[in-house]
Write a protein that binds this ligand. Sequence first.
Ligand SMILES: N[C@@H](CCC(=O)N[C@@H](CS)C(=O)NCC(=O)O)C(=O)O
Length: 221
Amino acid sequence: MSVDIYSFKYSPFCRTVLMTARELNIDLNVIETDPGADQTLTPEYIKMNPVHSLPTLNDNGFILWESRAIMQYLCNRYAPDSTLYPKEPKKRALVDRWLNFDMSFVESGKYGIMMKAFGGVDPPEEKVIAYKNLLKQLDQLIGDNKYLVGDHLTIADIAVLVTSSILLMVNYDLTDYPNLGRWLRTLTTELPYFAEINIFPKEDMDKWVARSGHYLKRKML
Ligand SMILES: N[C@@H](CCC(=O)N[C@@H](CS)C(=O)NCC(=O)O)C(=O)O
């Protein structure tokens, strides 16, 4: 029986799950679901996931939403010995800390970068400053390291990488964040599936943004 994932190609949350599955060689059955066309608001979808978010996993009747919980579940269920989500409690705690930190990064990025890039709306100046402060912290935390935790890839890297890949997408000036820039460029180039999952023609995305204004307003403002 297949493991289904309701997913949307432009959603960073969905892409973290797709990357995790790819890294673990789990063959997910992707059910493309467009929130801009209100496909998450159908009675069937809401029955499955009352908060109508994407991604949603259906593992043979076990329904799970929240991207980070799904990443953790895939590791626990299908690759318990994988170093992608280390079992040793302290290492795992450091990965979990990054996953939590990343949620603040996502939230700050809504105003710091997404509102302008996808909504065409200028965010309040203090939100932009807060976002830049977070980027500075991230840059310092990464330092010279190749990976966020230890000497190998973990789901922490996947989560933070996808969240920060918007910076590359909009050609954000990373001069003030050299460690972040190096880390981003290294992993986005080295992970063989990164481009396939995360890079798409900007014109396609612009067209989706143009027809999905009502949805973006609901999510961002
Ligand atoms: N915290 C959630 C956030 C998910 C989220 O906001 N996904 C958007 C797509 S990028 C969504 O659910 N859109 C559909 C909707 O709000 O109806 C997660 O990590 O899964």
